[in-house]
Design a protein around this ligand. Structure first.
Ligand code: NDP
Length: 310
């Protein structure tokens, strides 16, 4: 029986592993399908504190992992097939590779994935003009024309942030009415650098090695057109990676794990959540890492409370 098992190897999971390992809980961490999480898909990270120069996402997460392993965390490159949760534990974590772990405390840090349109070019040109995170990548588009796809609050937020750097931002929305809140929509509409293309869908991204433009279709008239731009920002919402938890843990209407108050406690005693799977507001590496630290401390104090009861 393990004291602590952690699911997920982004900043939240690996920070939880560093803290749990230093607390002598010898945590077992299951990496998931993308070891290192979303950050490994980003090229340069300039806003993670502690690094004067840009840090490659993959290198940063490799450092997180080595740091956790140095303190005794056992990192397993596998995905979780299913979990069996019990109030107060023990919980079972069943891996795709066949191994099963039983643990008293479980920290879920499974992250979220951006929603994409599903175009082949989105995959091919990611990091080469295609992004789903303006906060991460806007500074690379100084004095360039960029497009933001979507009509929700994220799209408005991304467009407003991008407008600080880019020479123009075109928000491309499939309808003629925004989903975004009025305050965010007003802010974007009052920004002189931001323009809107209504009733328009992106059918392809142009460019072989770098984004050069977009192929568009008017959803009402069916008319095709093209526009030039150097950046394509998908702001189509995020999908929390919580499928294995459905029906086992309380999730909100968007599928994010519900946490209690300002803690990382979930609806099942002994199960804690950290990072993007439980936070759709901030979604930053540093906030996820901070939440991973909090989950580990919450788990540690909860384990101590169990020991003092026995
Ligand atoms: P939303 O789900 O609210 O918006 C996603 C947008 O993407 C919608 O406009 C939707 O179009 C569009 N979209 C989705 N799929 C497609 C597709 N296949 N093709 C074309 N367009 C598509 O996600 P957000 O990330 O914007 O927001 C998520 C939550 O987070 C919301 O509750 C939001 O209020 C909140 N949030 C709050 C912020 C703040 O208050 N500062 C900032 C960011 C998010 P359509 O409208 O037609 O469905």
């Amino acid at each position: 029986m393990e004291k602590v098992v952690i699911i997920g190897s982004g900043p939240a999971g690996l920070t939880a592993a560093i803290y749990s390992a230093r607390a002598m809980h010898a945590p077992v961490l299951i990496t998931g399908t993308v070891p290192g999480g979303q950050l490994t898909q980003t090229s340069d990270i300039e806003n993670y504190p502690g690094f004067e120069n840009p840090m490659n996402g993959f290198d940063l997460m490799t450092t997180f992992r080595k740091q956790a392993e140095r303190f005794g965390a056992k990192v397993i490159d596998d995905t979780v097939k299913s979990v069996e949760l019990k109030n107060g534990g023990p919980h079972k974590v069943i891996l795709a590779g066949g191994e099963t772990f039983e643990c008293t405390a479980l920290i879920v840090a499974t992250g979220a994935i951006p929603r994409w349109l599903g175009l082949e070019a989105e995959k091919r040109l990611i990091g080469k003009g295609v992004s789903a995170c303006a906060t991460c990548d806007a500074a690379f588009f100084r004095n360039l024309d960029v497009a933001v796809i979507g009509g929700g609050d994220t799209a408005m937020e991304e467009a407003i942030f991008l407008a600080k750097f880019a020479s123009s931002v075109t928000v491309i929305h499939r309808r003629d009415k925004l989903r975004a809140s009025k305050i965010m929509a007003d802010r974007a509409m009052n920004n002189k650098k931001i323009k809107f293309l209504w009733d328009t869908v992106v059918t392809d991204i142009l460019g072989e090695k770098q984004v050069e433009g977009l192929k568009l279709k008017n959803a009402r008239t069916g008319q095709d057109s093209e526009m030039k731009c150097a950046g394509y920002f998908a702001a189509l919402g995020h999908l929390p990676v919580t499928d294995i938890l459905k029906g086992k843990l309380e999730l909100d209407e968007l599928g994010y794990i519900k946490i209690k108050g300002g803690s990382t406690y979930t609806s099942v005693e002994g199960v804690f959540a950290a990072g993007d799977c439980a936070d759709h507001t901030y979604r930053q590496a540093v906030t996820a890492a901070g939440m991973g630290c909090r989950a580990s401390i919450d788990a540690e104090r909860w384990l101590e409370s169990l020991e003092s009861k026995n």
